[in-house]
Design a protein around this ligand. Sequence first.
Ligand SMILES: Nc1ncnc2c1ncn2[C@@H]1O[C@H](COP(=O)(O)OP(=O)(O)OP(=O)(O)O)[C@@H](O)[C@H]1O
Length: 866
Amino acid sequence: MAGYTPMMKQYLDIKDEYEDCLLFFRLGDFYELFFEDAKKASKELEITLTSRDGGREERVPMCGVPYHSANTYIARLVKAGYKVAICEQMEDPAQAKGVVRREVVQVITPGTVTDDLMLEEKRNNFLIAVCQNGQTYGLAATDISTGELRYATLTDRNALIDEVAAYEPAEILMDGGTQSEVKQEIERYVSALVHDFEDVRLSSDQARELLEEQFDDVPSSVVENDLAVKTVGSLLLYVKKTQKRALRHLQGITVYEANEYMVLDVYARRNLELTETIRDKKRQGSLLSLLDHTATAMGGRLLKKWLDKPLLNRRGIEERLTAVEALAKDMLLTKDVQEILKGVYDLERLAARIASGTANARDLVALKRSLHMLPQLQKVSGQAGDAFTRLCDFSDLCSDIAEVIDRAIVDEPPVSVKEGGVIRPGFNEELDELLEAKRSGKAWLARLEQKEREATGIKSLKIGYNRVFGYYLEVTKANLHLLPAGRYERKQTLANAERFITPELKEKEALILEAEERAVELEYELFVQLRENVSQQVERLQQVAHSVATLDVLQSLATVSARYGYVRPEMTDGLQLTIKGGRHPVVEQVLDDGAFTPNDTVLNPQKEQIALITGPNMAGKSTYMRQVALIVLMAHIGCFVPATKACIPLVDRIFTRIGAADDLVGGQSTFMVEMLETRHAITQATERSLILLDEIGRGTSTYDGMAIAHAVIEYIHENVKAKTLFSTHYHELTALAEQFERVTNVHARCEEREGELLFLHRIESGRADRSYGIHVAELAGMPKSVIDRARTVLTELESRQQTAASGLDTGEQLSFFLSEDPERAREREIVSELKKWDLLNHTPLETVQFIEKLQKKLMHSAIETE
Ligand SMILES: Nc1ncnc2c1ncn2[C@@H]1O[C@H](COP(=O)(O)OP(=O)(O)OP(=O)(O)O)[C@@H](O)[C@H]1O
């Protein structure tokens, strides 16, 4: 420190405490950054790097941004993953003795931003804390821009990763004890700022104390769980340390269990394109964007939550469906709801800003206007029926809050709350008197101007004001000779005018300025008082915000359901899934009207547990598989579904392995990803799950691939029992339908007409007879010579296979396995035939003949191999 100026010393002391942040150090009208911070920020923000004298020989690198536009710069840095500490001057530099006192007033990090500029309207901004205790993990998540705080204990690592991914957090705090592989895996799936919460580590007692201080009522499931106390406590401490302001809007802890909801892991979320498309990661084209007809930001955020956490409780689902049905049947009413909702601002974030003391008068007016819409929402939701009354509680319309804001704040207040013009006349007597004094003073000035003009005969004489000289009389040089001597005191000379004061003018000026100053001060005091009063009501506002958001989501789902001709799914307690005339909700919208071919689906654990889907490329297999999953998912969030009829059992998880997502997980081979996803599915699925496996095994050699695909199907059939859709190009696998009783074959039908391949996109029972791969290659514009050669090679291969198979007397479907390893395959077949032989229903002679036949087969096999 030696040699630095006192201000630089102050800077370095503060920076020492905020080492991991870029320190925005307020110097007059600028925030300045020094040393390494300046180098980083100037590069990131593309602003000039300069230097200043810091007292030592070498100059200190520096860059800066004007304070009034700092928000945009801070937003860019935070978005780039930096933490920014804002250090303000805590006293008036004009009155400070020595170095101006400075303090960090807020630390802005990706997970703790509250500025609208840095937030997406329809997206929550989650900050997550994770603690580990053995194999158990605590996860606490908060969005401080809305005030919600949730906690769950996860019983294994996969569950933790799925849950973290579902939040799509902006920032994650990890207990130092969390295993590094877990951290790595989280970092691989989630693009968030991840860091240790080294400096917010708490003992259980400290954490408990902190929670009790913050919340009136800490749920017993948290109090009695050390892991929960520690996780939520650390999260809270971090928020407190960064925000350094009231957190009244963090009102309670919602404790939930991950299995209360359908689990959608990272793969399923991405493969089903729930919130963004796989290819370009855009919202447009995702299921969320299709379903989102919400009119408010809160509704948009809640819809995403519903989609992230589909319900597993039938009553809850039915309740939503009933509400959606009521609105879908009455589009006029739905239109009314939408119109009213358009007048409602983001109540959640307004309430949060009010509670944290950052709201301005415009926010309060926005709140008032929104609250004024509530009686109408109460009325329409009442008209829509009982389900609404239960889901959206409009019993408290917060009209008292709207009324007090209305009485206090003018209709169009300025942005700043420190420059007056905020409080409505009649609200406060003292303020009215001060404003009257100011007004009458101004009228007096106008009269004085008139009087002086008449007295001097100078028509252009005018009264003006500036900050340095206060009020003055201005006379142009040409008219100076008209002024009587001695009455005016010269104050300022301009190029072509002179400015004067009189004792009378100065006396009045003191009164006017005093009144003005006091009025501005008083307005600010009154405003802060009002904001404080409203913030006491934050819980009521949050409650009503939730009801508005729920109504908005319901109307959005009803709008989509009515517009696209969806039907109400029948939710069943059983395990059978039946869909008639099902469509892919997103694909059907991109195609021309009526161009989408609807398809049926039946899946159940008794008979049709695993559907093997064959058919050429482009025939519609993936679309079909995804559509089944999306229909199931939509039903679970309470939305109607794109089908003519749907009976949907409760599905606890949807697993997907679909090729297109290969590029998503960096650093691993396509085949490795394929195997990871498949393992994930088959080890975690239950008989209530739905598994989609698209062309498993294609990432390796044919035999390996087929063997794996075979084994996976067998495993699901024998052990997992989950409903499964399995698409494959290995036609040989269709033989499994004969081997396993709950495997069925379906295919995407195509027809060849006059050498052209026609994709009918119809899923029909039975297997596809050919793969038509060469046709697709032709469609893709492959050179003719390549196509012709492929046809020749194919014919050759087919005839070779034919020859290999001709020795077999099975009459069954030709199998690649058989031609490759005929002996083993035949033995397997013989064993299977032996098993099936019903001794009691055959004569001894028949049995002997049967054994003789098997023996011959075996011998034949031996000769062939020799
Ligand atoms: N039911 C349908 N009705 C109309 N068009 C459809 C239907 N299903 C799919 N399609 C169209 O066919 C295209 C190909 O579908 P999809 O990707 O599902 O084929 P696929 O059989 O999975 O092909 P691949 O084996 O190459 O992955 C889709 O992009 C879509 O435009």
